[in-house]
Design a protein around this ligand. Structure first.
Ligand SMILES: NC(=O)c1ccc[n+]([C@@H]2O[C@H](COP(=O)([O-])OP(=O)(O)OC[C@H]3O[C@@H](n4cnc5c(N)ncnc54)[C@H](O)[C@@H]3O)[C@@H](O)[C@H]2O)c1
Ligand SMILES: O=P(O)(O)OC[C@H](O)CO
Length: 343
């Protein structure tokens, strides 16, 4: 049975949370959005903009913002979590306590892309540990090639609603779909979340190649071998190999490695031009998920004895201060391999 909902709570008012909230308003939902910062709430309610995250975008007047999480969650039938991975556990915990106290029974959806640093857990695993257990199996991950800047302009976007609970995924598909935002379902939430998290690492590399002046051959090679190693670790962690040729796999890898909108690509580009990691982070003012996910992926790969040379090289650059040119030279001069032994 497909669930129809009217009231939506969006938790996280960065670029992605704001644009997804706006889609749902356009789709006829009553949407409230939570931000921890009152100045941002006031801007959203009075100016209908969110300039720090989305320049030149006007959001719907019907989108209501609040810094009171309880008020935002009131009567919510769908809760969308769209905060950076590092904030997810704390936010999910607060949401979990409130939905239990308020006796709510919403579909829980998240739109974030990363792995938790210390535990290496996926986003839906983090959330399921922090909310009442009756919701855990129905968590939906919304993921795929999608930049807030383009979706805000109603550019055509196709993404995936992934959940081990197919009915929950179908409900999310129906709630979000419109003429410019097409949603597929997928039961392989493991593969979808891992593809989403790992592509950010490869995008850092693609940006770095650009910053150093390398061309299209290098970019294509990085994306191809990057996909191979992403899939290798993903399969070891329980993903369906076919998921990596879907929207959340190669689709998101392509857009993040080629779009000037990508924060991960832009961060890599700045690193390639010689900027220091701390300066890149300070300059961006928005989340660069790949910088933390690369550490989690590197540690997972070591633990599982999975070969991930590109991830390892980017880890060495970001966390060990290795020169990017040295890392590239080392990658190029690894012993010769057979492409047939990728998996
Ligand atoms: N921007 C996109 O186009 C896009 C597209 C798809 C997925 N995503 C994913 O969505 C997630 C959110 O990204 P974004 O682009 O909206 O980020 P952003 O940097 O634009 O905004 C992050 C928001 O989270 C808030 N925040 C940060 N730390 C917080 C904390 N500790 N507690 C509460 N709130 C906190 C910030 O104030 C801000 O409102 C990321 O995982 C990202 O990979 C982004
Ligand atoms: O701007 P990025 O690099 O965080 O990427 C945003 C989305 O994940 C692209 O699909």
């Amino acid at each position: 049975m497909v669930f129809l909902c009217k009231k939506v709570a969006v938790v996280g008012a960065g670029s992605w949370g704001s644009v997804l909230a706006n889609i749902l308003v356009m789709n006829g939902k009553e949407v409230k959005i939570w931000s921890r910062r009152q100045a941002q709430v006031d801007e959203l309610n009075q100016e209908h903009t969110n300039k720090a995250y989305l320049s030149n975008v006007r959001l719907s007047k019907k989108l209501i913002a609040s810094s009171n999480l309880e008020e935002v969650l009131h009567d919510a039938e769908l809760v969308l979590l769209a905060v950076p991975t590092k904030a997810m556990r704390e936010i999910a915990h607060r949401v979990g306590l409130l939905i239990e106290a308020m006796d709510l029974h919403p579909i829980i959806v998240h739109a974030s892309k990363g792995l938790e640093l210390d535990t290496h857990k996926r986003i839906s695993e983090i959330i399921s540990e922090e909310i009442p257990q009756e919701y855990a199996a129905g968590i939906v991950a919304l993921s795929g090639p999608s930049h807030a800047e383009e979706v805000a302009q109603h550019d055509l976007t196709l993404i995936t609603a992934a959940s081990s609970n197919l009915e929950a995924a179908k409900s999310v598909q129906r709630i979000f779909m419109n003429s410019y935002f097409r949603v597929y379902t997928n039961r392989d939430i493991i593969g979808v979340e891992l593809g989403a998290a790992f592509k950010n690492i490869i995008a850092l590399g693609a940006g770095a190649l650009n910053g150093l002046g390398y061309g299209d051959d290098a970019k294509a090679a990085l994306m191809t071998r990057g996909l191979a190693e992403i899939a290798r670790l993903g399969i070891a962690l329980g993903a369906d190999p076919l998921t990596f040729i879907g929207l959340s796999g190669v689709g998101d890898l392509i857009v993040t490695c080629t779009s000037v909108h990508s924060r991960n690509w832009r961060a890599g580009n700045q690193l390639g031009k010689g900027m220091k990691v701390e300066d890149v982070v300070n300059n961006m003012g928005m989340v660069i998920e790949g910088l933390t996910t690369v550490k989690a992926a590197y540690e997972l790969a070591k633990d599982r004895k999975i070969e991930m040379p590109i991830t390892e090289a980017i880890y060495q650059v970001v966390y060990q201060g290795e020169e990017i040119k040295t890392a590239i030279a080392d990658l190029m001069m690894r012993e010769g391999k057979s492409e047939e032994e990728t998996f």
